[in-house]
Design a protein around this ligand. Structure first.
Ligand SMILES: [Zn+2]
Length: 372
């Protein structure tokens, strides 16, 4: 029989136990957590991109990197992230576990995933937001020798009642992308990569993780400018012919965005709002080529009126298709290239790429190169 004294001891013991334990369950796999989160189905946690590709880190022979966004819940659900556990595997063997405690979770970037259907047409903000209770953006850099090929992510959340529960773990492969299309660089002559991939001082966003920005250089001194003046036509690459990096069909294009007359300054949001589809207009004049194998080349910031092909046209590799400009979200004449798994910049997934006709083995930020 339980006396008041027994109850007090029991309560003290329980309190001591709770103080000694972390606030989250130590292990709560979905199969053995009947009371853990009955209202939280497995699809509550989504990992994007759907396929995660790892790439070597520039300048570092020993590590490779990848990105993953953890998207949890829906806007109507009040869930707050409390803890993340990421388990890394190679060939089915657990290598190690990375724990993100609450403070680390709070420090992770958020709201940078993809174009939301709810993004107003007159807003260039929150481009990369996806509807969710929250999203967390993760970047991993790990030894190549580990040959990581799979991750398991467990998200711990608190709900309205401040109860912390583990959501069902999600496993995702981490792959090396094998490029299908043999691409040539979209111009002839020297250039420099001024912005690289997500792990190379560069772009972010669903279609742009692996994007590259390229400045044209003069043929003799490989300088970026013909003369020291902040004008478009002072740039060596300005109006350079842009050629199709591989054969395919034009599936998207735009040719009406005015040239940015100020160099070293991006146009303000108000400028884009005066244009049709201000989000698309961030690309400037652009085109997308469908290579017919699940890969699409997207080239942007071309000069106004310079695109000489239209949607539906079939192009051959090396065919002249436009001219380098300074349009859209651009502060000087340059070419932005991305390889996509679909026809829609901002929405399709970016893919790692290399060009086959350069004098350098691979492109990193700051690499000077020329075409062969
Ligand atoms: Zn760019």
């Amino acid at each position: 029989m339980l006396t008041k004294k027994h109850l007090l001891i029991l309560a003290l013991a329980l309190a001591a136990l709770m103080l000694a334990r972390p606030a989250w369950p130590e292990t709560l796999p979905s199969s053995s957590a009947p009371g853990g989160a009955p209202s939280m189905p497995a699809q509550l946690v989504r990992i994007l991109p759907e396929r995660i590709y790892k790439v070597p880190d520039p300048g570092r022979a020993y590590t490779e990197s990848w990105i993953a966004s953890v998207i949890v819940g829906e806007p109507s659900q009040r869930l707050d992230p409390q803890r993340l556990e990421v388990r890394f595997f190679s060939k089915g063997v657990l290598l190690d576990t990375q724990i993100f405690e609450a403070a680390a979770v709070q420090a992770l970037p958020r709201d940078i995933w993809k174009l939301s259907a709810a993004t107003p047409a007159v807003s260039t903000r929150r481009l990369f937001h996806i509807e969710s209770s929250f999203d967390l953006h993760l970047r991993f850099s790990r030894p190549r020798s580990f040959e990581t090929d799979e991750m398991q992510i467990t998200v711990y959340v608190s709900d309205d009642k401040q109860k912390v529960v583990a959501l069902p773990p999600v496993k995702v492969p981490v792959e090396i992308y094998v490029q299908k299309t043999r691409l040539i660089f979209p111009w002839t002559g020297p250039g420099m990569m001024s912005q690289g991939w997500f792990n190379n001082g560069g772009h972010s966003g669903q279609s742009s993780w692996f994007a590259g920005d390229f400045l044209g250089l003069t043929a003799d001194t490989w300088g970026p400018q013909l003369r020291n003046e902040d004008k478009n036509d002072a740039y060596a690459g300005f109006n350079r012919d842009v050629i199709a990096p591989a054969a395919g069909v034009i599936v998207a294009m735009r040719n009406d965005i005015p040239l940015n007359t100020k160099v070293n300054e991006e146009p303000p949001n108000e400028f884009f709002m005066t244009l049709h589809d201000p989000i698309e207009a961030l690309l400037g004049n652009y085109l997308v080529i469908d290579h017919g194998n699940g890969e699409f080349s997207a080239i942007s910031h071309l000069n106004i009126g310079s695109i000489s092909v239209k949607v539906g046209d079939r192009v051959v590799q090396g065919q002249q298709i436009g001219k380098v400009g300074n349009t859209g979200s651009s502060n000087s004449p340059h070419l932005h290239f991305e390889l996509l798994d679909g026809p829609r910049p901002f929405v399709s997934n970016g893919l790692p790429f290399q060009f086959s006709n350069l004098n350098v083995g691979r492109l990193d930020r700051g690499t000077y190169f020329t075409t062969r």
